[in-house]
Design a protein around this ligand. Structure first.
Ligand code: NAD
Ligand code: SER
Length: 340
């Protein structure tokens, strides 16, 4: 079996940890990890190489590209929605300029290697922008081309980068006299909020669900920053990792688009509380809505239509709401906080 070399940017984040753990258990993959923050020793030991660096540092990216032949780039590095709203210009730089740098790296790599390089990109339900809660309730499950008028810097960044990826794949340097050498195979999933049993998110707006669970597991009170009726789609982290892997390994000929919704379950915040309380009956969870963050959540869809992903590359989540809690989240957080 040939060994693939995979670059993961944002490797120290939640999805990065999940992906690295997955690859560590499989032969035939060399993971090159990159993050602004140095990986912990255990995660580092699972990688072929790990680098501490900035995706905005072109010199650093050039040296990385000179030293490795990447078959696939998982470009995860980003500032998430709440943080991006607080630091919009930095978010724009990291989320947009950083993605442009990685697309350029993919083209260069592809030219030098004489083969297509895949770039796998996690976009988000933040690309949607429903005008208010009423429209959201009416809209139901949205498909990829509906309501794409985001109201956050992060959502705008993600939507634009989806389009950049599509451009690099289909139209890059379209006026050149000679056909372009070097091809990027851009593939993108629009993730719902992800919930991990082993890591906690920072800087997202869907963070209320994982925070509620982890605080309960730690025995700490939690003031949930959304209304009880707030509903957005969520997914258990193993399914999130699996969606990226499955899309990466799909035959290009089967892919009718570059951008796919992926869904799993879509509980209200009240249902999340109820399920967390079932596992941790003495948990103290109150709802203290932050009206500004609430407005962002009210602009995200209650659920997504992921029928294209199901049809084109066989997407199917392993975990529904109950199974996610029963078999992954609750056992996971119990183990995590018992060992601390
Ligand atoms: P995370 O915040 O846990 O990880 C992001 C990582 O990127 C961090 O480790 C951070 O240090 C790194 N990073 C930030 N700026 C960088 C820079 N300039 N150079 C190098 N590294 C940098 O996020 P995550 O949950 O692992 O998300 C990964 C990707 O998936 C992001 O693109 C995010 O937008 C997307 N996504 C996540 C969710 C979710 O619920 N977690 C949902 C939708 C989409
Ligand atoms: N979980 C992410 C956030 O809240 C959605 O992309 O920012």
């Amino acid at each position: 079996m040939e060994t693939k070399t995979i670059l993961i940017t944002g490797a120290n984040g939640e999805i990065g940890h999940g992906l690295i753990s997955h690859f560590a258990e499989h032969d035939g993959v060399r993971v090159v990890a990159l993050d602004l923050n140095t990986l912990d020793d255990v995660t580092r030991s699972k990688c072929y190489k790990s680098y501490t660096g900035d995706i905005l540092d072109n010199r650093f990216l050039d040296s990385l590209s000179t030293g490795h032949d990447f078959d696939v780039i998982y470009h995860l590095a980003a500032l998430l929605s709440t943080r991006a709203e607080r630091q919009p210009t930095i978010a724009h730089k990291v989320n947009v300029d950083g993605t442009l740098n990685l697309l350029e790296m993919a083209v260069t790599q592809s030219r030098l290697q004489g083969q297509v390089v895949k770039l796998i990109y996690p976009s988000s339900i933040a690309v949607y922008g429903l005008p208010d809660a009423g429209a959201k309730n009416k809209a139901g499950r949205v498909h990829e081309d509906q309501w794409t008028g985001p109201r956050t810097m992060y959502g705008i960044n993600k939507l634009y980068c989806e389009r950049l990826g599509r451009y690099y794949m289909n139209f890059y340097r379209q006026l050149d006299a000679q056909p372009m050498e070097g091809k990027v195979d851009f593939r993108c999933v629009r993730f719902p909020g992800l919930i991990s049993a082993v890591t906690l998110p920072t800087g997202g707006t869907s963070d209320f669900a994982p925070e509620m669970l982890h605080q309960a597991a730690k025995g700490e009170a939690y003031n949930c920053f959304v209304r009880q009726d707030t509903r957005i789609p969520f997914m258990a982290m193993p399914d999130g990792v699996n969606a990226l892997l499955k899309l990466e390994s799909a035959q290009r000929a089967n892919l009718s688009t570059q951008i796919y919704n992926v869904g799993s379950f879509s509980p209200s915040a009240a249902q999340l509380k109820e399920r967390v309380m079932k596992a941790f009956p003495s948990a103290k969870i109150d709802f203290v809505p932050d009206l500004k963050r609430q407005a962002i959540l009210d602009s995200w869809p209650a659920d997504v239509d992921d029928s294209l992903a199901r049809k084109d590359w066989g997407w199917k989540p392993e975990y529904d709401f109950e199974k996610a809690f029963q078999e992954y989240l609750v056992p996971g957080v119990l183990k995590l906080y018992k060992s601390k």
